[in-house]
Write a protein that binds this ligand. Structure first.
Ligand code: ADP
Ligand code: ZN
Length: 749
């Protein structure tokens, strides 16, 4: 018996669509479309594949009325259903990050992936059909041979004459052989169908063996996890946090539960990947955003069926996880966990905690320089904390030498970007056959160009930002905008007055050139996002450096993170000012984290390393922390008390309201109007609305930008205040017809 049924559907759109529209279909109630099923529907005139979020929406349908009920185009049953856990995560993320569930759905199932899923589903169906056919053929063959054998045996029993018996037994034996072969054949074709490793061999895993200090830390973590809170492991660089993660992973896997390990960037995690592959070769799935749609589908297929350990970047939280027992967030402080744009502007670390709560999984966050956010959560009792202060190879802290570049200039102590002091350390290292890492935060040859006559700084035509000069491999120059990516030809002349341009400062390319000139016989390589664009380049640079084929590696923060090289004894940061003074209240926290991690790249095998910091402001508290005049904990608590004093995060929840427009005057009006209406919106009195103000780069790709900073107290009003804020923004954008020009960024980094 067929009847009309109503459902609600999540669509990959920025609108909160589910409550607005319902869909209907006619069908047998026994075959009702369940929650999580994928359905084809139209939104406007555009076809979409949506996910059923409510299977019985008769009441909601009655409320929206017949004009807002559409028929579905059909069920996409070739696509895998989405689990209720996945939908639960989307809802949590949408509500935390103030975006639509559809935007989270879209991040989890990008359209390219959906179309690949469809292609694969068709291919899978064809393959299954072919396999089925093979199995049937093999079965028929076995049955036929069995019959023939039976007949032969009967004839043999009936036979009297020796010659006949001899002939029949030869024939019987050959049928027996053929049958044997056919049975093996059948086993093989039906084995293909049953798809891979049996589960029990995959549960057979053993973890690494640990040092005494690591064992202690592991036990502490285990006991803290019993209280179901996330645990922050604060372990110095080189303490072997990886081995502890992998011990916990082995435990989870052997209990039949799955594991997710998040890392900030996959290129820098090759060594971790190799280590995991050593221990759990059958479980490892590597997943990151640059993965092709096809391999995303493969990973999703794998984890739907088999016990797994996924090593991935932030978007791996949106895989169709099931039965998760453990989530690890390595280098939890790293800003790359945060997605800037588009919505959902989520942080992988926070989302991992939401995901873990859905699966009742354990969460372990690890870092040598934890985020203030996590330290605050520890002190508020929301996280457990474990310290690991012993290095695995008993290496000592590297010495730190701060070189004041201003002072050096005055006494002729600088050669280009390098101080004579640093040059002498480098040449000592090269003489001893040791390796060197050089960090410079700016890529390009020259980050800024200025006219030598009129002083004009060369700017991008579409952004309020300077253009950087990059040298191409053919020797020509290109002016590149690091904000919109536009490339302009380099003429060397000022467009205003025609005089020559001079470079201001040196980027990684120029540093590389200078170091080659200073040490012509050294092997030098460069690693930054320009050089890493070439496929596999980063991996090969890292490999040859770790084999000792390269003496000096120059790079941006890519060289500071996570890599484990045994031969490095000297690391140096050039123009550390650019790491520390970025006009943002988070700059010092970030700078300390980056530089501490960078320091950890040297002296990893017991030899004492040296960390040279070239900076013009040598009194900076971050320098003093690194050189040991201040303790890390003291500096972090000082940062925390400053944040507390100003009511900044982690003592409040920050939400950035970003307004963009091509017309600057209209933008100013909109932003001022929006700020006023947020102040009137009825958020609790502790809520602060700051601005509007222009961000440091206030025009990108032709769009002018204004920001309003909202700080909400972390008290019992927080959730209502967030909702009030979201409603106020939505109603303002509808009223002022500026939907799409305002976005919200919760916990910006
Ligand atoms: P972290 O991530 O804490 O900086 P790593 O996990 O990279 O430290 O470990 C530092 C080095 O010590 C690596 O080379 C690693 O292989 C080694 N190591 C750490 N723990 C062990 C262990 N239990 N057994 C063998 N080697 C270890
Ligand atoms: Zn630009």
């Amino acid at each position: 018996m067929s009847e009309t049924r109503y459902i609600q559907v999540i669509l990959p759109v920025p609108l909160d669509w589910e409550p607005l529209y319902s869909y209907e279909y006619d069908g047998d109630p026994a075959e009702a479309i369940p929650v999580g099923a994928r359905v084809r529907v139209c939104f406007g005139s555009k076809p979409h594949v949506g996910v059923v979020s409510c299977a019985d929406a008769a009441e909601a349908a009655a409320q929206v009325g017949p004009s807002r009920i559409r028929p579905i185009d059909g069920r996409a049953d070739d696509l895998d259903d989405v689990s209720e856990e996945e939908i639960a995560l989307w809802r949590k993320v949408a509500s935390y990050y103030l975006c639509s569930v559809g935007e989270v759905f879209k991040a989890a199932y990008p359209s390219l992936k959906v179309s690949q899923e469809e292609t694969r589903a068709r291919a899978r169906a064809r393959k299954a059909e072919a396999e089925e056919k093979n199995v049937r053929k093999a079965e028929a063959k076995v049955a036929q041979l069995e019959q023939r054998l039976e007949k032969k045996e009967a004839a043999l029993t009936a036979a009297k004459k020796d010659t006949v018996i001899a002939r029949l037994s030869v024939e019987r034996d050959s049928i027996k052989d053929a049958l044997e072969q056919a049975r093996i054949g059948l086993k093989m074709v039906s084995g293909v169908r049953s798809d891979g490793d049996p589960v029990d061999t995959m549960l057979d895993v053993t973890g690494p063996s640990l040092s005494a200090a690591q064992t202690r830390a592991l036990e502490e973590i285990r006991s803290l996890l019993l209280s179901r809170k996330p645990v922050l492991m604060h372990g110095v660089t080189g303490s072997g946090k990886t081995e502890i993660y992998l011990s916990l992973a082995a435990e989870a896997l052997s209990q039949g539960r799955n594991v997710l390990i998040l890392v900030p960037e996959i290129t820098l995690s090759r060594q971790l990947e190799d280590r995991i592959r050593d221990l759990f070769p059958n479980h490892l799935q590597v997943f990151h955003s640059a993965e092709t749609a096809l391999s995303r589908c493969r990973t999703a297929d794998f984890i739907r069926k088999k016990p797994y350990l996924v090593l991935g970047t932030r978007s791996a939280v949106f895989l169709p996880h099931r039965n998760l027992g453990l989530i690890v967030v390595d280098e939890e402080h790293d800003p790359s966990y945060k997605q800037d744009s588009p919505a959902p502007r989520y942080n992988g670390r926070e989302t991992a905690i939401m995901l873990a709560s859905i699966h009742s999984a354990d969460v372990v966050l690890g870092s040598a320089t934890p985020s203030l956010e996590s330290l605050y959560n520890c002190s508020a009792g929301r996280f457990g904390k474990v310290n690991l202060s012993e290095r695995y190879f008993n290496a000592l802290d590297s010495d730190v030498e701060v070189v004041d570049t201003q002072a050096e200039w005055k006494k002729n102590g600088m050669v280009g970007s390098f101080s004579r002091k640093l040059i002498s350390h480098i040449s000592g290292c090269l003489d001893r056959g040791e390796q060197i890492l050089l960090l410079r935060e700016r890529r390009a040859y020259s980050p800024t160009l200025r006219c030598c006559s009129c002083g004009t700084v060369v700017q991008c035509s579409k952004c309020n930002a300077p253009l950087s000069l990059h040298h191409r491999s053919d020797g020509t120059g290109a002016l590149v905008c690091h904000h919109c990516g536009r490339v302009h030809e380099y003429t060397g002349k000022c467009s205003k007055c025609g005089a020559g341009l001079v470079s201001v400062g040196a980027g990684t390319q120029k540093i590389e050139e200078e170091i080659r000139n200073l040490f012509p016989s050294a092997q030098v390589a460069r690693l930054d996002s320009d050089s890493a664009q070439e496929k596999n380049f980063a991996a090969s640079v890292i490999r040859s450096f770790s084999k000792g084929e390269t003496d000096i590696l120059v790079g941006t923060q890519m060289v500071a993170k996570g890599l484990d090289f045994s031969g490095v004894t000297l690391v140096a940061v050039l123009s550390a000012d650019s790491v520390l003074s970025q006009g943002d209240y988070r700059a010092d926290e970030r700078g300390l984290q980056l530089l501490e991690q960078f320091r950890g790249r040297c002296g990893r095998r017991g030899t004492k390393g040296l960390f040279v910091i070239q900076i013009s402001n040598s009194e900076h508290p971050v320098c003093q922390t690194l050189d040991g005049s201040l303790k890390q904990e003291e500096t972090m608590s000082r940062f925390l008390s400053e944040r507390k004093m100003f009511g900044y995060p982690p003592y409040s929840r920050e939400i950035n309201v970003i307004v963009k427009d091509y017309i600057e005057e209209r933008l100013e009006r909109t932003a001022a109007g929006l700020a006023a209406s947020l102040r009137r919106s009825g958020m609790s009195s502790s809520a602060k609305v700051i601005g509007p103000f222009p961000p440091p780069v206030d025009r990108v790709s032709g769009l002018f930008i204004r920001q309003i900073r909202v700080l909400l107290a972390k008290d019992r009003n927080l959730l209502t205040d967030k909702k009030t804020l979201k409603d106020a923004v939505d109603s303002f954008s509808r009223k002022e017809k500026c939907v799409g020009r305002i976005s919200l960024d919760v916990d910006p980094v």
